[in-house]
Design a protein around this ligand. Structure first.
Ligand SMILES: *Cc1c(COP(=O)(O)O)cnc(C)c1O
Length: 336
């Protein structure tokens, strides 16, 4: 299968499978799993945080960060397009009694500080208590500028808020900017990273922050049923994701650009190539094109895409240049 639906579909490499089979493990709820402990210590230091915790998913990691920053009746500011507002089942509200305060994202994915400031509530029993600003990088494949992150830090300091990064794809941002990851992470009080997307691990995410925050998060993780036992078999693959699969993200980015160029040559498909800076592209598709029929035909050729307008296509470590050529040829045929 050539699968463009998401970078979550990546298969663990041989090196990961080997590390999984050889990992030393213990009961992580007791703090006894050496492979998990090693990953958490390494990840905290690598990203400039006091502590880190391995979790089952990005959704859980974001929820734990939100629930550790905010109490019942608090709120977090975020984008309308934020994953931890739109696509996590309303978890912060459902399970944390935390109110989201979404703000329309600007075209480049950023949030306007004027609009954010206007949404901060005064200290008054009528209102939820504004505690946190949560931003996302990359957001829908877009990289937030470093200068913007610095401004966000200044903004939260000025307003006595905390700053969280949903960094599910933060390494796509650092690779696209060609900067060390700490150029991004230095501005944040907490951060989450997905190991199971473009980095290629089968399962797992990290939440990072100061020791107090991570202690709280560890408690909530247990409450949410996320205390895992011999989780070292997953952490072993996660470590490889972070040490061996970062630099190669640049190939995914180049492939996405290549795909965008090929796609715009097909009648009815339109991509703004300049907007393709990481591993994701969004194509506007002519409404005369029967997308569901095309999805079906491509599936017959062992190619998976998701219908949508814009149509989202994602490159990752299991998609090569040749795969893209195969897809483009099949798509041309299907459109005709
Ligand atoms: C995928 C994703 C998540 C959630 O990760 P899961 O592991 O799928 O739960 C959170 N935030 C962003 C930006 C994501 O892309």
């Amino acid at each position: 299968m050539i699968d463009f639906r998401s970078d979550t579909v990546t298969q663990p490499s041989l090196a990961m499978r080997k590390a999984i089979s050889e990992a030393m493990v213990g009961d992580d709820v007791y703090g006894d799993d050496p492979t998990v402990n090693e990953l958490e210590l390494w990840a905290a230091e690598r990203h400039g945080f006091e502590a880190a915790m391995f979790c089952s998913s990005g959704t859980q990691a974001n929820l734990l960060a939100l629930m550790s920053h905010c109490e019942r009746g608090d709120e977090y500011l975020c984008g309308q397009q934020a994953h931890n507002y739109q696509f996590e089942g309303g978890g912060a509200a459902v399970l944390g009694s935390i109110q989201p305060q979404p703000i329309e994202n600007e075209k480049d994915g950023t949030l306007c500080f004027k609009k954010l400031a206007a949404a901060i509530k005064p200290d008054d029993p009528h209102f939820a208590r504004t505690k946190l600003l949560s931003i996302e990088n990359t957001i829908n494949g877009k990289v937030l500028p470093l200068a913007y992150l610095q401004k966000a830090r200044g903004f939260v300091d000025q307003h006595d808020l905390k700053l969280h990064l949903d960094g599910a794809r933060v390494y796509n941002a650092s690779v696209a900017l060609d900067v060390d990851i700490t150029e991004i992470t230095q501005h944040f009080d907490s951060m989450t990273i997905c190991l199971s997307k473009g980095l290629g691990a089968p399962i797992g995410s990290l939440v990072l922050g100061d020791s107090t925050l991570i202690r709280k998060a560890r408690r909530w993780r247990k409450v949410l049923g996320g205390g895992m036992r011999q989780a070292g078999i997953l952490a072993a693959a996660g470590k490889i994701a972070l040490t061996e699969n970062v630099d190669r993200l640049r190939h995914d980015h180049a492939n996405a650009k290549y795909l965008a160029q090929k796609l715009t040559n097909i009648e009815g498909f339109n991509v703004n190539i300049e907007h393709v800076t990481t591993n994701m592209l969004f194509a506007n598709v002519d409404s005369a094109i029967d997308q569901l029929q095309i999805v079906k035909e491509l599936k017959g050729e062992e190619i998976l895409i998701s219908a949508g307008n814009p149509m989202r296509l994602v490159t990752h470590l299991d998609i090569s240049r040749d795969d893209i050529d195969v897809f483009i040829a099949a798509l041309k045929k299907a459109v005709e």
